[in-house]
Design a protein. Sequence first.
Length: 502
Amino acid sequence: MLFFYLEYIVCWSFIISLLVYNCYRLYIVITFLRTKHYKPNFQHSYSILPSVTVQLPLYNEARVVERLLLATAEIEYPKDLLEIQVLDDSTDETTEIANKIVREYQNKGFNIVLIHRNHRSGFKAGALQEGLLRAAGEFIAIFDSDFIPPRDFLLKTIHYFTNAKVGLVQARWGFTNRNYSYITRFQSILINAWVLEQFAHFKLNRFFNFHGTAGVWRKTTILDAGGWSGDTLCEDLDLSYRAKIKDWDFIYLKELIVPSELPIEIQAFKNQQFRWFKGTTQVRIKVIPLIWKSNLPISRKIELYTSVIEKIGGLFSCFLGFFAVHFCFVELFLFSNHTFVPLTCFGLCFCILVFSIYYSVAETEAKHKNFSFKNISEIFFACIPVAGGISITSAYAFLDGLLGRKTPFVRTTKYGSDNQKIKQTTPITPVTFNLINTTEIIMALYYLNCLFFSISYIIAFKRYEILLLLIYGSGFIYLGIQTLSAIIKTEWYKRKTLTYEP
């Protein structure tokens, strides 16, 4: 009896949370479609350009550091007004490579400096803060090591700061290796959807955040907000909230695209997702009292509190979805009952419908030549299952952040890849039997078992809606197989090698 009461609560909570969260997503889609042709204009141009410092945080990025520094040096801006800071915390050959390139450009007359730390205090935030205290520029542009800044980036962003209220200009991410593999295509679809949310929030004058890279800050905005802080894993979101609490305005430029590289390994992708979800949870816990104590009007406080709840609502829906589907399988196979199967399937149908619309609009906006609404099957049969499968990583990250557990900043491995295949004999990112990976493998075995029983159940009872549950469960199977494969490779090969196919 207790099981059925628990199932009743979970399934209805799942349906209600889905309705609320996906109605919000539909609202975002409608807002975006109504306003997508809007282009923000700056009040006037600078007659005399201001000084700018470009910060390039590095940590063991030997594969991509040269590409980053060469692209940064090509940025069109007066040399006497441009400072480049290479903020290096590396413990490998990255420092030597960067130092050599820095010296070459210093000899060519560039104002470029390498700031090397022998510790990782504050991680990326600590490096940015140390560079900020030395920065000569009035404005701070930041690029992660896997980004390639366009030549005209500063000229297309700097003039928005003629409005004294503007504290941040954020550009959009593009991808150099979108078609490298299924994993990179899946990631690009997820990240492209940021455009809808960020642009809709910008147009509605609601909160959106700095993405950690491909943006320009007013230096006084960072200082006014208290500077960079390393007490969370999402220093970018943390600073964004503190700047908004100080009532600074942000600009989002969806037409300005900065190419970047996506992780090509499943473990690197999961590490990134864990850091983002945990850091997001940490920041939202941190800023709740800060918003309340701020001098903002009550309407602005409510708006910021709403932004805190939004992401938690999405994770909550995903978390409940896992339990709802699990309970349905238990109900079918152990109790031969199907009370809540139609209810859960209705919730999944609604979720899949909105998910497909949301990400299809985002992909259309991304203007990929190989995308059309015919490719919606890729979103339906591929992205939705994996989005469900990655919920294990998201759930652990959420709980870690909620419980206040301290974990190190795990960098996302960079490869210097484009769409050309890289031949790997062992994962660049080592994979072990940790709690998350072990859970994924167990869930893969569980859903494989469900797959066997479901086929028998469909044949015997003609219950075709169970296929919907299997679409959701297939993501756990895929993630589990990928994880197990990476663990086997890591254990089998003791030396890592990396060679390109001819």
